[in-house]
Unconditional design. Structure first.
Length: 289
DNA sequence: TTCGCATGGCTTAAACTAAC
DNA sequence: GTTAGTTTAAGCCATGCGAA
């Protein structure tokens, strides 16, 4: 019944909202630094040259070229550069949230990764260079590009870091939410209510619904509807069950299912199946030829 | 004519949000 | 966490359409 940890983190990440507030390439002055500073914004630093010392909570790190730092908001930081070899770095400030949550309070990521290998270094540098370039531009589309580069940088970081769940109060609550999500998947055909789910996890219905939405980006009933429709699509594609039986298999009344399906896909369940099969046989004909 | 399916209107119970 | 007001989802019924 337990949802795979990796799957759950992926689900959380799909609800990640993030945006860059500033991005630059800078050689800092010898006096640069912050002492016992707790920022309310996340930062990425990619060190190209120079040296420095970064302290995050109780962790002291020597900053050197080829290192990529993720400095999360809400963590006490003391940063300094080592004159005369002051830091030359790409950097950006960004916001990130999953509902009301700070994603770096849920995921445990190292504060630093070593960008080893020429191709990785080139990729990191190219991403930052693009980020700086597009951040300066005024076109509407540039804002989307900036966002996409930030996601790319986070992807780059995560691919090279070991990501685990952090055991915080927030994660204890989402342990419950993830179990609830798994329970819903297993009981699609049953009548499920928020009240019943909340009772299973010893929470009040409203509090449960709030927390569920924070963790998964959708209310319990929206989430249930989503997984029911996904299952229905699977059954329409893979089986010859009647639309009535498909509706029953995902715990819905036929007329409601039919209406909901059409508002979601713009096709009725029957039309959807016909189109899917038509497309499938057309592809097969093309392959045979 | 029957069956399977789709859709619209109305009602009500359940869920959500904001304020505390 | 709780409460109160608001919004939305879901159920019910009637009806229409196309295929067999």
């Amino acid at each position: 019944m337990d949802l795979n940890r990796n799957d759950f983190l992926k689900q959380l990440l799909s609800n990640l909202q993030a945006d860059v507030t500033i991005a630059q390439l800078t050689k800092v002055s010898p006096s640069w630094g912050h002492a016992n500073y707790t920022p309310d914004i996340h930062r990425l630093y990619y060190i190209l040259d120079g040296e420095g010392v970064f302290q995050l909570d109780d962790t002291v790190l020597e900053a050197k070229p080829g290192q990529l730092y993720l400095l999360p908001a809400g963590v006490k930081q003391t940063l300094s550069t080592s004159a005369p070899r002051t830091l030359y770095k790409y950097w950006c400030h960004f916001t990130a949230s999953i509902g009301d949550l700070n994603p770096f309070q849920v995921m445990k990521l190292p504060y630093r990764i070593e960008v080893s290998g020429a191709s990785s270094a080139a990729e990191a540098e190219a991403l930052f260079a693009e980020l700086v370039r597009f951040k300066r531009r005024n076109e509407l589309a540039a804002a989307l590009k900036v966002k996409s580069i930030l996601f790319d940088l986070l992807r780059f970081y995560m691919e090279r870091a070991e990501v685990t769940e952090k055991q915080t109060n927030a994660s204890l609550t989402y342990e419950k939410m993830k179990t609830a999500a798994a329970y819903m998947k297993e009981h699609l055909a049953s009548e499920l209510s928020v009240e019943e789910l909340a009772r299973l996890f010893h929470l009040s219905p409203n509090y449960f619904a709030q927390q569920f939405k924070t963790m998964l980006g959708a209310s319990p009933m929206q989430y249930l509807k989503r997984i029911r429709l996904a299952k229905a699509v699977e059954l329409l594609r893979a089986t010859d069950l009647s639309v009535t039986d498909v509706a029953a298999a995902v715990g819905m009344e036929l007329h409601y299912f039919s209406r909901l399906f059409k508002s979601w896909q713009n096709f009725s369940p029957k039309e959807y199946r016909q189109l899917y099969r038509k497309r499938g046989s057309a592809k097969k004909d093309a392959d045979d030829r």
